[in-house]
Design a protein around this ligand. Sequence first.
Ligand code: NI
Ligand code: MN
Length: 230
Amino acid sequence: MITATWHGHSCYLFDFDGTKVLLDPFLSESPTADVKPDEVETDFILLTHGHGDHVGDAIDIAKRTGAMVVAPYELASYCGAQGLEVHPMHIGGGHDFPFGRVQLTIAHHGSALVEDDGRTIYLGNPCGFLFKVQGKCIYFAGDTGLFLDMKLIGDRNRLDLAILPIGDNFTMGIEDAVTAAEYLKPKVVIPMHYGTWELIDVDPQLFVDGVEKVGVKGVILEVGGSYALE
Ligand code: NI
Ligand code: MN
């Protein structure tokens, strides 16, 4: 049994048959998160890139839970220097974890951590994640613009679920995200990275209507809501 629970913005908690995998845990500073960092239990934390709205509370949660942090090499090394258990990976590489396989995909975005004092720490390249778990295939795009290689991901994998950003400004907007869904051809697509702030406050129903026209089922989750893969 696989469930994906949305905690607002790009934070998802996957439950892979009892193993918990938390993605991009932006919680304490998120205007829309439904849980506090100290309420979350997880076995792994996966980070797509170094921006504050993705690294979020990862370090505190990893310290408390002992969860292993999986991320692109530079970001993983940064987390390792904070005393966390880390597993560095990089674009194109996959690894079999106890819960299943994770492969890193490209994402067109940045990955620098900007400190409160304006200091900028460059943490390599951003990524997306392709999961193969219990015979299911899930693509989590991270923050990215549209790219043609999504066609390659869709052609080489039968995606059961894709989770795509739609909020525009920092990532794909709805129009490009609909084209992404067309390239990826997942059974179901769920939007993320919208509604957190006014700047990315788009109507997810327009996305769902758009993907329907290209033959893909869109599902809108409420914050705190879950989607179960059958
Ligand atoms: Ni970002
Ligand atoms: Mn972001």
